[in-house]
Design a protein around this ligand. Structure first.
Ligand code: PLP
Length: 358
């Protein structure tokens, strides 16, 4: 696959090349079943084995005990914004939210359908350029949960710590899932859309602790009740997406699991931020201690140069570097599957671009 470009897409994002080659090998015929996996019943032994293997990989990677349910749901991470308060916010009750970007703002908005989503801290006034320091948070000990977004895909910020709270944590880990260890004991629920770090679009991984599950509000519409899905395979799951997620998780275990990928990610991020900080031609958009190791955002001296940077990068095989419109500039998403060579190529291109235009 030598003609593959270096892909910095924020999501759906790059998948490991090994996984794509394995997929190519298995379509149209998987092992000896006579068809591909995407054409068989979701109740077949083959699919059941694949889904169970994916769950087993997640247990291994995160150290999840049997008290954790692992669900493969649809509706995107955005559905979770609604489904979480529907299930866990007592009607008229209150839950705390850390407002650190566009996605957390969308999450808190949904809580208002059921009770109060209280913003315990926010960096909105600074265009979400940092993670508010815990000593500024106003936490409610009676909150049903504390919701936070561990990595803010659009703004390029990331929690460098896990919040301390007396109530269960609920985390939108969509854009940094399985890139760093999680102290699962603190959490009631963790969710992540697959399309950034663990697979293609179409499945959202939802991890729920049994004790948290027990606290859900009743009654609930059947499909939106987490209990429906922890009890049995209720409807057709996103078979293709789960099939690929299993492969990505297996690839990740082969990379040394979370500690292994964390080391690789730290080196990639350091290479890129060191280049940004080398002089003032490139300028990071977020406060240094809030910088994301997944989405690296930066500006150039002018919008014209930024447009040229993106266009010429594309011609050099460096794709999808345009920043989100609410930040502007450049965003390089360097998820787990982004190879170090892609970051090296980007830094080489940044150096050459500065020499030419600086
Ligand atoms: C942190 C975060 N949460 C939620 C979402 C929304 O995910 P979905 O499009 O799967 O609903 C995104 C999408 O980019 C995201 O980055």
């Amino acid at each position: 696959m030598s003609e593959r470009a270096f892909n910095f897409s924020a999501g759906p994002g790059v998948l490991p090349e090994e996984v794509l080659l394995e997929l190519k090998e298995e379509v149209p015929v998987f092992k000896s079943i006579g068809t591909s996996v995407i054409e068989i019943s979701h109740r077949s032994p083959t699919y059941t084995e694949i889904a169970e293997a994916a769950r087993a990989h997640l247990r291994t990677l995160l150290g999840l005990g049997e008290d954790w349910h692992i669900l493969f749901l649809q509706g995107g991470a955005s559905m979770q914004f609604h489904q979480i308060p529907l299930n866990f916010l007592p009607r008229g009750g209150s839950a705390d939210y850390l407002d650190t970007g566009a996605w957390s703002a969308k999450a808190v908005k949904e809580a208002a359908f059921f009770g109060t989503g209280k913003i315990a801290a926010s960096s909105k006034a600074d265009n979400y350029n940092h993670i508010p320091s815990p000593d500024t948070w106003s936490l409610d000990p009676n909150a049903a949960y504390l919701h936070y977004t561990s990595n803010n895909t659009i703004f390029g910020t990331q929690f460098s710590f896990e919040p301390n709270a007396s109530v269960p944590l609920v985390c939108d880990a969509s854009s940094d899932f399985l890139s760093h260890p999680i102290d699962v004991d603190r959490y009631g629920l963790i969710y992540a859309g697959a399309q950034k770090n663990i697979g293609p679009a179409g499945v959202t991984v939802v991890l729920i602790k049994e004790s948290f599950l027990q606290g859900r509000v009743q009654p609930l519409p059947t499909m939106l009740d987490y209990g429906t899905h922890t009890a049995k395979l209720f409807n057709t799951p996103p078979v293709f997406a789960v099939y690929l997620v299993e492969k990505v998780l297996r690839w990740l275990i082969g990379k040394g699991g979370i500690p292994g990928i964390q080391t690789i990610n730290a080196a990639k991020a350091k290479t890129l931020y060191d280049r940004i900080d080398a002089n003032d031609f490139y300028r990071g958009t977020v406060e240094p201690d809030s910088r994301s190791k997944m989405n690296v955002t930066f500006r150039l001296p002018s919008e014209e140069l930024e447009a040229t940077f993106i266009k010429e990068a594309q011609e050099e095989g460096l794709q999808a570097l345009k920043g989100h419109r609410s930040v502007g500039g450049i965003r390089a998403s360097i998820y787990n599957a982004c190879p170090p060579e892609a970051v090296a190529a980007l830094v080489g291109y940044m150096n050459a671009f500065e020499q030419k235009h600086g």
